[in-house]
Design a protein around this ligand. Structure first.
Ligand SMILES: [Zn+2]
Length: 351
């Protein structure tokens, strides 16, 4: 029940969550979920994505609590066949049919709880995972910029914020709604700016807010390497987690190439997979990702979430791992729910 009544300042849609949960309970316990999956199997792979696996209930950072995560993984293991991103992309490159009802698990951003909380569960159930890393965050320990801004704006004592880039303006931070508005305003503003100016803007916000940011929330390189020894796969999620399709092409290319270079140097192997932050895919930047040597990435939206051998590895589509109370996740595995009702059609645009 506590998952249902959590406050979600970035969503705030408690009623919708309760209704979805009640609907899922009906579908799950009536056997409808199993019937739908039996009569409408997925001819290919469903790719789930998540971020944090944590029980601190930090609504500004979000995440799936570990006990719910384990319940979901245990159920998925019983009814689906997990494969790694490497395995899926191998199938697609060789145009081999992907086994029915396959699942791929991915986690974005590289939070430390992926090591402390998710890894033991994934090892217990022998589930492969690919984690998309933001290399600057692994280097510095700082949250990726969108979460870092959310962190300081949620906690600052200040009631106003002065932005000087690209033009002087003042934002107010008196209420929760105004703080959310400020966060969204800055996220929009950055789309007009080259990377250097974005970083200057973000740093000035953090400095003004005067709030210390945590440096223990992200994976460090030791943890990354240990996870790699345990079979975890890693892909790139850029250096600074920018909105890629709005960046000048030169900046976008640097994000693609530099993150790949750093990861390959640390891991000692080729990094094949890329993930656009916020689902910020565009055709031009997609071509750049391919030119940089990546072999797969995800694109947002789309009706059919099943990835099979007719799909290019540069057209993969994902589905958000549910942080709703059990049993919402089983409902999301049905084609009827994910492909036709598309409850998460904006999920790919999340951080
Ligand atoms: Zn991200």
């Amino acid at each position: 029940m506590r998952y249902l009544i959590r406050r979600h300042p970035q969503g705030g849609r408690v009623l919708r969550r309760v209704l979805r949960w009640a609907f899922a309970v009906g579908c799950y316990y009536s056997g409808a979920v199993m019937l739908l999956n039996r009569f409408f199997p997925r001819h290919g792979a469903l790719i789930y994505f998540g971020h944090r696996v944590a029980d601190d209930f930090d609504d500004w950072l979000g995440g799936v609590p570990p006990d719910l995560f384990e319940q979901q993984i245990a159920w998925l293991c019983r009814h689906f066949r997990f494969m790694s991103m490497d395995e899926l992309v191998d199938h697609l490159q060789q145009q081999r049919p992907v086994p029915d009802n396959s699942l791929v698990l991915t986690l974005d951003d590289g939070f430390a709880d992926n090591y402390t909380h998710a890894l033991p569960i994934l090892e217990k159930y022998r589930v492969p995972v690919t984690i998309y890393l933001v290399t600057d965050s692994i280097d510095t320990g700082e949250l990726p910029w969108p979460q870092r801004l959310a962190w300081v704006l949620a906690r600052t004592q200040r009631e106003t914020l002065d932005l000087n880039i690209p033009v002087p303006q003042r934002l107010t931070l008196r209420t929760l709604a105004e703080r959310l508005q400020a966060l969204n305003f800055i996220k929009e503003l950055r789309k007009q700016l080259p990377m250097r100016q974005q970083l200057d803007l973000f740093q000035s916000v953090v400095d003004q807010c005067g709030v210390r940011t945590p440096k223990d929330r992200m994976l460090n390189w030791d943890q990354v390497l240990e996870m790699r020894r345990h079979g975890v796969g890693f892909g790139s999620h850029t250096v600074h987690h920018p909105f890629m399709k709005c960046l000048p092409l030169e900046d976008a290319r640097w994000q693609l190439e530099e993150s790949k270079r750093v990861l390959e140097e640390r891991l000692g192997e080729r990094v094949r997979h890329f993930c656009f932050p916020h689902g910020s895919y565009g055709e031009a930047v997609g071509r750049q990702a391919q030119a940089a040597g990546y072999e797969s990435y995800f694109i947002p939206g789309g009706l059919d979430r099943t990835n099979n051998h007719r799909r290019s590895p540069f057209q993969l589509r994902r589905l958000g791992l549910s942080d709703d109370a059990w049993p919402v996740l089983p409902l999301t595995t049905t084609r009827w729910f994910t492909d036709w009702l598309r409850p998460d059609r904006r999920q790919n645009e999340k951080d």
